[in-house]
Design a protein around this ligand. Structure first.
Ligand code: NDP
Length: 447
């Protein structure tokens, strides 16, 4: 796609000129701005209020040094980031990622997407994201703890239950959130809901662990239903084997599908008998080992080195749940050639723009990340509500609210796409629906 509106194009070109080396960030900004063109044509008041120029620029970018000591007494230095992108509709909210690929551009892409995703949930949450290029893989619990404490020692100066509420993302699960929460409490001497994804014994919400994966399947189910299809009897491929992937497999299976493939950053497994999720949980959640261990137990299953090959596995529904740009044009073509009829994104921006275009041109139902994976942050929002009330809902209560939120997201994205003449295009619909609420709030609050 290319820009048709000269004003929108000039906003993008300005961002591109100033952030030339931040390719993931530019990819995310371009996709959103392209789909907002019809809105801008209809709303000169947004142009006059400079909404686009403001929304692409983070309110604040914090970059800091994280120094920690390993078990052998060696000193290590990592980069830490928090991008507080937009607070028009609520406190900044978004996860923390610990992965060697983290840099400012990656955090800005995630923070920018988060603005629209959080708006789509209908909960009062602004957009933010953070993380570090620290690699938790292969580190001892004590090393992870020391890193998390060092990271929070600086981050705590910038966050708060009514200011900015981080959560987990790649490399940040219950263990890391626990260590960070402990350090925040020690330094600030307050027990507040400043992080979400906490353990159940200290303010966590039931169903938060499952929320992104479950929410992805609830969204996909709505999308399938609208096309007269369902998970029942469908063959599904899920990339990744982390938090999102595991609970997407669990819910897809509960909804009657057979999941036959999963992966990690080294390779993928195929089990035509259906993935044994208890075994995957044992390997990935308990033992923190590689997915290839699966075939040592399941003799009928097959392991292939290299993760991109997973898209050549024949399936009806594909759920990319690992990382950005993991599904490229070759992967999309292979899926389409094998008859895939729905793709929904559990990870953030897992499909390249060329892959998205291929799905849309081939008539494949496509659920974009900021709508399809919003269940995680939505349930984080529910955790914040419970913390404020000093109360907890049951698993069923949270799950029911999550389900309702995902159904609404589908309906709103679908209705916005139709209203702006792009029926069925959920990429545009999600961007537009998410944008409108934030833009109205920004305009109302003045510059
Ligand atoms: P986890 O750290 O739990 O799992 C990540 C999974 O993706 C692992 O299987 C990992 O494999 C794989 N992976 C990571 N990097 C790469 C890479 N460069 N190439 C291939 N595979 C890779 O993270 P989550 O499950 O929490 O997050 C997955 C995605 O979902 C991310 O895009 C995240 O932003 C998004 N997301 C997460 C939410 C949440 O609530 N957790 C909410 C909304 C979106 P390995 O073990 O080999 O590293």
């Amino acid at each position: 796609m290319s820009f048709k509106n000269e004003y929108v194009k000039s906003v993008y070109e300005n961002v591109a000129a100033k952030n030339a080396h931040q390719k993931e960030y530019l990819q995310a900004v371009r996709e959103v701005l392209e789909s907002l063109e019809p809105v801008i044509e209809k709303r000169p008041d947004f142009v006059k209020a400079g909404i686009l120029e403001q929304i692409v620029e983070p309110e604040r970018t914090i970059s800091f040094r994280v120094t920690w000591m390993d078990d052998a007494g060696k000193i290590h230095v990592n980069k830490g980031f928090r991008v507080q992108y937009n607070s028009a509709i609520g406190p900044y909210k978004g996860g923390l990622r610990l992965h060697p690929s983290v840099n400012e551009g990656v955090i800005k892409f995630l923070g920018f997407e988060q603005i629209f995703k959080n708006s789509l949930t209908s909960l009062p949450m602004g957009g933010g994201k953070g993380g570090s290029d620290f690699d938790p893989k292969g580190k001892s619990d004590a090393e992870v703890m020391r890193f998390c404490q060092a990271f929070m020692t600086e981050l705590q100066k910038h966050i708060g239950a009514d200011t900015d509420v981080p959560a987990g993302d790649i490399g940040v699960g219950a263990r890391e959130i626990g260590y960070m929460f402990g350090q925040y409490k020690k330094l600030r001497d307050e027990f507040v809901g400043v992080l979400t994804g906490k353990g159940l014994s200290f303010g966590g919400s039931l169903a938060r662990t499952q929320a992104t994966g479950y929410g992805l399947c609830y969204f996909t189910d709505e999308m399938l239903k609208a096309a007269g299809k369902s998970f029942k009897g469908a063959t599904v491929v899920v990339s990744g084997s982390g938090n999102v992937a595991i609970y997407a497999v669990e819910k897809a299976t509960q909804l009657g599908a057979k999941v036959i493939a999963m992966s990690d950053s080294n390779g993928y497994i195929v089990d035509e008998d259906g993935i044994d999720l208890d075994l995957v949980k044992q390997i990935k959640e308990v033992e923190r080992k590689r997915i290839k261990e699966y075939v040592a137990v399941k003799k009928n299953a097959k392991y292939t080195e290299g993760c991109k090959g997973i898209w050549t596995v024949k399936c009806d529904i594909a759920l990319p749940c690992a990382t950005q740009n993991e599904l490229d044009l070759d992967g999309a073509k292979a899926l389409v050639a094998n008859g895939v009829y729905a793709v929904a994104e559990g990870a953030n921006m897992p499909s390249t723009p060329e892959a998205v275009e291929c799905f849309q041109k081939s008539g494949v139902l496509f659920g974009p990340a900021k709508a399809a994976n919003a269940g995680g942050v939505a349930t984080s929002g529910l955790e914040m509500s419970q913390n404020s009330m000093r109360y907890s809902w049951t698993f069923e209560e949270v799950d029911e609210k999550l389900h309702g939120i995902m159904v609404n997201i589908y309906k709103n994205a679908s209705a916005a796409a139709k209203e702006y003449g792009m029926e069925g295009n959920l990429v545009a619909g999600a961007n537009i629906a998410g944008f409108l609420k934030v833009a109205e709030a920004m305009k109302a609050q003045g510059i």
